[in-house]
Design a protein around this ligand. Structure first.
Ligand SMILES: [Zn+2]
Length: 625
């Protein structure tokens, strides 16, 4: 039997049900008609037909209304206002001023209701996915000097579903005033926001010989200054995030002498671990025994150890970890070069390393447009982040920030749903280990590009042999047992994809194993995006066979296997695409989620084969089967 189900619907979560109503009627009482379509466009997908309220009547297939349009506020022709305006013509012209005033009043009311509702939804879902923003030390100085500035910030948070405010005490050599920090902290708490502190360790003392704004932490007075900065923050906040400048690449004469026989990466890692313990964690806890300190790792994971980020010892020492997932726009001249899958790979990898300590992902608007901005949010949440931070309030008020946030607001209900779908569901797929502190050589961030080829990766921190399929680049060389482990996998019949860089290190006997595939990276991971669909097919077929899956799609379409009965496909390209996904067993597929809210993903299935006849550009679709 062949069923076509572009508009299939599926179960609804308890949190969503609280908003859309167990029945349409109850939902309408809690949210005035007309607003519902605007506030919950993504959730409508998840409501069974019998439970759909009038909000669903205006949607066509997967499309939902633009929440910023007048229609979303109930001002279309079907409203009493629309009809009476047409019928009464001249009478209304005489009352034009009253009409405009009333219309204005409705718009204000509708906007207020919408803001309130996204705020309510965020509060109901914050145990699954909390949304945060950061107010930099400069924001505290420039925007929190008046009550009006704080009011505006709180209003923006409520409209954006932001229930957690990080208020920063230090950045770029500037320390915010205690009175301003404490006042802002208390205002946000009164507004029912969770509040934490933040420190950005830029311009703190003696300059590094490398990265601008970074310090030499071999220098005693610089260490003392760091201690003072954290004692100050800990005196006001019970949780302090450290933005991702907590590293050093200094090679000054003082550092040269102190490192002795160590390599630079070893010296920088040892130094940062020691200074973290002695100048941050111990003194901060002495000032405030309740304080929890978060180390936030940058997005440039293949360089961590070279600049003193040591993910094993630092993750063990700090109370919590966070992850930079800002991939921005691949094509952007200043900020580009990162593919979207990087946010996912890194968030998952640090999630494995951090376990319960791993909190959230953090992304920003630089070099993005609306579509690439929300892709960062989707990858962060797909990777099981418990929280996402929108860096930062000040930057989101200018340039592309406002448009980005407008688009994000439409996806937030869907992101809550996505967080529920991935929580506590183990990943299936191709093991993709990156040992901590491993060198990438000329295969920098190759995992990200492999993920863009529709190969569902399972990021891990160690090479394990009990896997069904694996991908190994030159990073594997960090594991002294890598060759024996590879041999074990191949002898067990597990297909292993290795890069041409790693292939050059193989003994001839292993190189000829029939379960081995070699990926031609040629030292240019981004060249993988040029592989054709035909070139990809044999690689995918062989690697996915042990999983009982076959997948066919162009490049820049990623596949995620979540638990035993959930699959996500994200089209990162600017083209509408087709794809097929085949399972060894017969499946009944239903759609759980689509983002953006006006995206389209038409599919049909027969037996074990799901055929996507259309997935619109930059669209994420999640199916249950
Ligand atoms: Zn130095």
């Amino acid at each position: 039997m062949k069923r076509s189900c572009p508009g299939s619907v599926e179960d609804i979560s308890p949190a969503m049900a609280a908003n859309t109503g167990g029945s349409g009627r109850r939902g309408l009482r809690s949210l005035p008609m007309g607003c519902v379509a605007g506030i919950l466009p993504a959730c409508v997908e998840g409501v069974p037909p019998s439970n759909r309220g009038p909000e669903a009547l205006g949607t066509a297939g997967a499309r939902a209304r633009d929440p910023t349009s007048a229609m979303a506020f109930g001002l279309d022709a079907a409203t009493p206002w629309g009809r009476s305006a047409a019928a009464r013509g001249s009478a209304l012209r005489g009352n034009a001023a009253m009409y405009v005033a009333a219309l204005f009043g409705i718009l204000i009311f509708a906007a207020a209701v919408q803001a309130q509702s996204l705020w309510d939804l965020a509060n109901q879902n914050k145990e699954t996915l909390r949304i945060a923003t950061l107010f930099t030390a400069q924001d505290v100085r420039d925007r929190f000097s008046s009550e009006a500035g704080i009011d505006a910030a709180i209003d923006w948070c409520k409209k954006t579903g932001v229930t957690h405010a990080f208020i920063e005490s230090f950045r770029d050599g500037y320390r915010a005033e205690r009175s301003a920090l404490e006042h802002a902290r208390d205002r946000f708490r009164t507004a029912a926001c969770d509040v934490s502190g933040c420190v950005t360790t830029t311009k703190v003392g003696k300059d590094s010989t490398g990265w601008k704004g970074i310090a030499c932490y071999t220098d005693g007075p610089t260490q003392a200054h760091i201690q003072e900065i954290f004692e100050y923050a800990a005196s006001m906040f019970d949780e302090i995030m450290i933005d991702d400048f907590w590293f050093t690449d200094c090679e000054c004469p003082e550092c040269q002498e102190a490192r002795g026989d160590k390599s630079w990466p070893q010296y920088h890692c040892d130094l940062m671990v020691q200074v973290s313990r002695q100048r941050i964690l111990q003194p901060a806890r002495a000032v405030n025994p309740n304080v929890k300190i978060i180390i936030k790792y940058p997005q440039w994971y293949d360089q961590f150890h070279n600049r003193g980020y040591e993910v094993v010892r630092e993750t063990a020492d700090f109370d919590r970890t966070w992850v930079g997932t800002e991939t921005r726009d691949f094509a952007d001249q200043r900020w580009g070069g990162k593919v979207q899958y990087e946010g996912y790979y890194l968030m998952r990898w640090l999630g494995v390393l951090g376990g319960a300590k791993c909190g959230g992902g953090w992304f920003d608007p630089y070099g993005t447009h609306e579509d690439t901005y929300v892709e960062q949010a989707r990858q962060t949440v797909l990777a099981d982040a418990k929280e996402m931070l929108l860096f930062c309030y000040g930057s989101l008020q200018r340039d592309t920030g406002p448009a980005n946030v407008t688009k994000l607001r439409t996806e937030i209900p869907g992101l809550f749903r996505l967080a529920e779908l991935v929580r506590n569901r183990p990943l299936r797929g191709i093991a993709a280990p990156k040992p901590p502190n491993s060198d990438a050589l000329d295969e920098q961030y190759v995992y990200d590009f492999v993920g863009m080829l529709g190969l569902p990766l399972v990021p891990t921190d160690e090479i394990r042999t009990d896997v069904k399929a694996a991908f190994l680049p030159v990073h594997a060389l960090k594991d002294p047992q890598w060759q024996g482990k590879l041999e074990t996998m191949l002898n067990a019949g597990a297909p292993v994809l290795i890069t041409d860089g790693l292939a050059r290190k193989l003994p001839p006997a292993l190189a000829e194993n029939k379960s081995l595939l070699v990926l031609p990276v040629h030292g240019k991971p981004r060249s993988l995006l040029d592989l054709t669909r035909a070139q990809l097919q044999p690689i995918r077929d062989k690697l996915l066979a042990p999983l009982g899956i076959r997948f066919d799609a162009p490049t820049k379409v990623a596949l995620y296997l979540i638990g035993d009965n959930c699959v996500a496909v994200e089209n990162f390209s600017d083209d509408t695409i087709t794809a097929t996904l085949e399972f060894a067993q017969s499946v009944q597929a239903t759609r759980s989620l689509i983002l953006p809210t006006d995206g389209q993903a038409d599919f049909s299935f027969v037996g074990g084969k799901i055929e996507f006849t259309r997935i619109t550009p930059r669209t994420l679709v999640v199916l249950r089967y």
